[in-house]
Design a protein around this ligand. Structure first.
Ligand code: UD1
Ligand code: M6R
Length: 694
């Protein structure tokens, strides 16, 4: 998805070369989100001048374009604001004209970068065109840029403040967005706002800040009022320009401890990974927050007030300290982030369990669920809702939840769940699984369940993300940042977190004690066993480079717990190796898929030893009878498999955890298939890390 980056320095000299470098780095750090073009807008040499650089393709291309230009890179700015963007096309194909920043007019009075989709952009465009405004791009964003100019032009004396102007514009918009606005009318000011798309602001100062929060300011009643259905008759007769009436505390965070204004830098981004190299002090914006940075000060306004005139969210936004290290988001010794993340799994599963499992006492403590356990246990059913890999992690643990909690469990794809308008009731427990915490379909499903009064639980990797904040309670999986678009370590950590949740829910059932203990013992062994599986890497590379190298299709089959493994393995192979791959429930073979089997159809069959082993053996017999030559994923020491059959032998663990080991060879296989074909492993075509549109 698109990535936003904004940079403001105040009383801090920066030459243009440094500013351009900061902007390009900010974009590069967000490359993993997926994008098809990149652009930026900076101050020109003369007042009121804005210079753009835009390029279709990668940030590296944008850097090259800048290097080849004759812009004076030594010009120094003691204060300035600049904005940058990586775009993932939704309205109009990738092109320099559709690339952000998008301008309101040829004089660049207002320029904007935007994530998300404005759903009423076509209607706004029509009204503005009827009023004589010219559009140059196909983007929804341009309607917002031009609307901003329109509202500004409509002000008598044009005395409206920048945040009031933006507030007026935002009130006309439908859909989801994160914006940053820059204008020649408001030099050195930036306004940024969000609804539905993440945004955070990094703050960097030399001296400590006096306070580590920013007050949310409630403005006077006329401030930023809506554009009367946007059907004005006489532009200059509407929208009196009210001076902002601040009825609450002023922003104080820009001052140092001695109470004096100080040099300061602000970084606005969609993602913490773009900020962490500059500062770890960040503030997350809430939906409908409008942040205004000017003269080294950060003010936060609300788009709307509730009826009592109070802000409906907390009255302050705290400046938090990010815990991720820059090293954690770099590739290190690995060629790709995906590879690094596959190899991190012995540690990431430990991080998911850290402080939560006391192995010697067989005790689980999930701090985030503690006070909600009685409500969950009383729930009529548990409904899991997720997309893609996160959906598979829920599917992988469904049977265990049913077994240990004895509560009916359903697992839903978030988009389908919404399409069906699934009935949800107050005594339902709805669990939303998401690595990013920003997946639009999952967020919409969450809001749907919140409206119906269900208890909503999040299983999320990204602290501070929308799902983490909007759920009643939850578990952070603590897998660390996942950069590769193909989800790997998040899957195993989600899986472990869900196992912990089921174990915690069943702790009061004495009859389950032996089973719970066996699972907890299995969890203790897990990191060592994952390391053993990773030792098979060269065998898997060999399979990718020989047996499967020129195949167009691959079937993966298994049953019970391993059905989810097959679906997840097939998803990995599709998304990064661009190879048709299908996960098949082995029990369904004779109801259709068997027709595909012959000596030319590549098959992997998961045949690790659990209670369904005899049934999978029969599936193996059915396919080999049709001349298939499957690769078998089985346990070490399984001597029931005929000589000459190609095997991937894995350590044995308790049945509910075996899927955690079985998925790893499939992750590695998909990785090597993609590398062999020279595909972009970390940013596969047409995909994005965080899917923030429906
Ligand atoms: C928390 C702290 C952790 C600290 C530990 C021990 C955070 C993020 N975690 O971890 O740094 O070491 O206590 O004191 O500060 N939540 C949701 N929805 C979600 C995920 C989580 O509402 O999707 C809520 C939880 O209900 C909880 C809070 O966020 O209130 C933190 O969750 P989590 O990090 O899982 O809690 P702990 O493991 O207790
Ligand atoms: O961030 P989320 O877990 O909510 O993302 C859900 C899916 O978009 C994601 O798992 C996707 O399927 C991955 N690219 C799969 O590797």
């Amino acid at each position: 998805m698109c990535g936003i980056f904004g940079y403001c320095n105040f009383l801090k000299d920066k030459d243009r070369k440094e500013i351009l470098e900061i902007l390009c780095n900010g974009l590069a750090r967000q490359e993993y989100r997926g994008y098809d073009s990149a652009g930026l807008g900076i101050d020109g040499d003369n007042p009121g001048e804005i210079v753009f650089f835009k390029e279709v393709g990668k940030v590296a291309g944008l850097r090259k374009r800048i290097a080849e230009s004759n812009i004076n890179t030594s010009k120094t700015f003691s204060s300035q604001v600049s904005i940058a963007h990586t775009r993932w096309a939704t309205h109009g194909p990738p092109s320099t004209v559709n690339c952000h920043p998008i301008r309101s007019d040829p004089s660049n009075e207002f320029i904007i970068v935007h994530n998300g989709i404005v759903t009423n952009a076509a209607a706004l465009r029509q009204v503005l065109q009827n009023r004589g405004y010219k559009f140059e791009s196909e983007t929804d964003t341009e309607a917002v840029a031009i609307l901003t100019k329109y509202v500004y032009d409509s002000q008598p004396g044009k005395r409206i403040t920048f945040p009031s102007l933006v507030k007026t514009v935002l009130k006309e918009l439908e859909g989801s967005f994160a914006f940053v606005f820059k204008s020649i009318h408001y030099p050195n000011e930036i306004v940024t706002a969000r609804r539905g798309s993440p945004l955070l602001i990094g703050v960097k100062t030399e001296k400590k800040l006096k306070v580590d929060f920013v007050d949310v300011e409630i403005s006077g009643p006329d401030d930023g009022k809506a554009v009367d259905g946007f059907v004005p008759t006489a532009p200059n007769s509407r929208l009196a320009p009210p001076a902002p009436k601040i009825s609450r505390r002023q922003s104080r965070n820009y001052m140092s401890e001695d109470g004096m204004p100080q040099p300061i830098e602000f970084f606005v981004a969609s993602d913490a990974s773009a900020i962490v190299e500059h500062t770890k002090r960040v503030l997350y914006l809430e939906d409908d927050d409008i942040a205004h940075i000017s003269d080294g000060q950060l003010h936060i306004h609300r788009l709307r007030r509730n009826e009592s005139g109070q802000a409906e969210t907390p009255a302050t936004r705290s400046i938090e300290t990010l815990e991720i290290e820059i090293a954690a988001i770099m590739k290190g010794k690995f060629d790709h982030f995906m590879q690094k993340e596959i190899y991190e799994q012995p540690e990431s599963v430990v991080n998911t369990m850290r402080g939560r499992v006391i192995f010697d006492d067989y005790r689980i403590t999930l701090g985030g669920l503690r006070s909600y356990l009685p409500i969950i246990r009383r729930g009529r059913r548990i409904v899991f809702c997720a997309c893609g890999t996160s959906y598979h992690s829920a599917l992988a643990t469904q049977a265990m939840f049913e077994e240990l909690t004895e509560i009916p469990v359903s697992v839903e794809l978030a988009s389908d769940f919404l399409d069906r308008k699934t009935p949800i009731f107050r005594d339902d427990v709805c669990v939303f699984v998401s690595q990013s915490g920003e997946t639009a379909d999952t967020i919409l499903a969450l809001r749907y369940c919140l409206e119906r009064g269900a208890l909503c639980v999040g299983i999320v990797n990204t602290v501070g993300s929308t799902i983490s904040r909007e759920t009643h309670c939850g578990i952070h999986i603590n897998a660390g940042p996942e950069v590769g678009v193909a989800s790997t370590k998040a899957y195993t950590s989600q899986y472990v977190a869900l196992v912990l949740m089921a174990l915690q829910l069943s702790e009061d059932r004495i009859s389950f004690t032996p089973r719970r203990r066996a699972i907890i013992d299995g969890l203790r062994e897990l990191p060592v066993q994952i390391k053993k599986v990773l030792e098979l890497d060269s065998t898997l590379r060999e399979f990718a480079n020989t047996l499967l190298a020129n195949q167009r299709s691959l079937l993966l089959m298994g049953r019970g717990y391993q059905h989810a493994t097959c679906l997840e393995g097939a998803l990995k192979i599709k998304e990064i190796a661009y190879m048709h791959s299908e996960g098949i429930l082995a029990g369904e073979l004779k109801h259709g898929p068997l027709a595909l089997i012959d000596e030319n159809m590549p098959v992997i069959i998961v045949m690790t030893q659990d209670s369904l082993y005899p049934k999978v053996q029969s599936a193996f017999a059915q396919i080999t009878a049709r001349k298939a030559q499957p690769i078998v994923i089985c346990n070490e020491g399984d001597d029931g498999i005929k000589k000459g059959v190609k095997t991937i032998r894995l350590p044995k663990t308790v049945d509910v955890l075996q899927g955690l080991l079985n998925i790893i060879p499939l992750q590695l296989l998909s990785y090597h298939l993609a590398v062999k074909n020279g595909f972009d492993v970390d940013c596969p075509r047409n995909l994005a890390k965080s899917v923030t549109t429906e």
